[in-house]
Design a protein around this ligand. Structure first.
Ligand SMILES: Cc1cc2nc3c(=O)[nH]c(=O)nc-3n(C[C@H](O)[C@H](O)[C@H](O)COP(=O)(O)O)c2cc1C
Length: 334
């Protein structure tokens, strides 16, 4: 946190990001900052462009009280904006998972954690609803074991970011102890699904085909995501594929979405296109850099407040029911 500015003075994601970049610039090179945290490859850029080309129909003559609560994995949340799984939140911040949990507890949201072993999330899982997302590591025994531990520990849902399955190698920290990653076949996913008792999530879906496979596997939820454009350069934007995915599987499973969600307007666009909730990745990282738990809490509050404001301006009373015709969509959607 800076001397001059209190956390409560940050009233937009952009301000928090700017401050985070100043702080990170003291220890990281420009290239490191861009690559790791500000990345805008073609897919990442496309996620932003798609969002920026959607507009709202204004309807302000009404007296609604916007309601932002949702229910997911049997948890009652006060906001549809959750924290995306990010491995480095555990390793680059002291008790990073604790910081995320304290913030989500404060605002009534939910923390998703990446493939850390129990030592990182174990002390928080009893008091916070955590969703655990495992990497598709080549050592399938390890993969299953980590999921079973998370299941037994009490995570409210478990899953895999299947879109990491095409990496040539994944290193955790300096050791590379997680070994190679490998795509999961539908049969492997079915077996994994049968071995865990909690709701099962598949993260990294970008096509109707994969969404249908997720249903066949028995998944309870999917995250439509391009992993901030990090997996393949020329990937589609989650929001442009979301409507067809929701049409194909939306009656059967929960559909969540992420990538480049930065403002309340972005959230409402994602919900109007059929998402039940959204996940935030890099903004959480930046907010934590600026103000730890307080920074993350402020960010979640700011975006939820922006969401309420844009709901008032578009005449939307409830985030559970956001009609698509709230949006003016570009031709590419038809
Ligand atoms: C530093 C960093 C680490 C990440 N690690 C993981 C991970 O371990 N597992 C995973 O499923 N997604 C991971 N992600 C992707 C996020 O869960 C999420 O899909 C993405 O960041 C959303 O886009 P946004 O950053 O534009 O909000 C990571 C993202 C970042 C920025």
């Amino acid at each position: 946190m800076t001397q001059e500015k209190k956390i409560s003075d940050f009233t937009s994601f952009e301000e928090l990001k700017e401050e985070a970049m100043k702080i990170m610039g003291k220890t990281l090179s420009q290239e490191q900052m861009t690559r790791q945290f500000g990345f805008k490859g073609p897919g990442d850029k496309r996620s932003r462009d798609v969002l920026d080309n959607i507009f709202f129909k204004q309807q302000i003559i009404q007296d609604i009280e916007p309601k932002t609560d949702i229910e997911l994995f049997d948890q009652k949340l006060k906001t549809p904006i959750m924290i995306a799984p990010m491995a480095s939140m555990a390793t680059m911040f002291e008790d990073g998972i604790g910081k995320m949990c304290a913030a989500t507890r404060e605002v009534g949201s939910m923390t998703w954690v990446a493939f850390y072993s129990k030592e990182h999330y174990g002390k928080h899982v009893k008091t916070n609803p955590l969703v655990f997302i495992m990497k598709p590591v080549a050592d399938r025994e390890k993969l299953l074991n980590e999921l079973k531990i998370a299941d037994a520990e009490g995570c409210v849902a478990l899953g895999i970011d299947v879109d990491s399955g095409g990496e040539t190698m994944f290193r955790m920290g300096a050791g590379g102890r997680w070994g190679f990653e490998k795509p999961l076949s539908i049969n492997e996913l079915k077996k994994i699904r049968e071995s865990v008792s909690k709701p099962f999530v598949i993260k990294g879906i970008l096509s109707v085909d994969d969404a249908l496979k997720a249903v066949e596997v028995g998944a309870d939820a999917i995250v439509v995501s391009n992993h901030y454009g990090m997996k393949i350069d020329y990937c589609q934007a989650p929001l442009e594929v979301l409507p067809s995915i929701v049409e194909a599987v939306g009656e059967k499973i929960e559909v969540l979405v992420d990538c480049q969600i930065r403002t309340g307007s972005d959230v409402l666009k994602a919900l109007a296109l059929g998402g039940k909730g959204v996940l935030l990745g890099r903004p959480i990282y930046w907010a934590a850099r600026v103000g730890g738990t307080e920074g993350i809490t402020q960010l979640l509050r700011v975006i939820t407040t922006e969401l309420k404001k844009i709901m008032v301006y578009t005449g939307i009373e409830n985030v559970r029911k956001v009609p698509r015709d709230t949006l003016i969509l570009p031709r590419t959607f038809f």
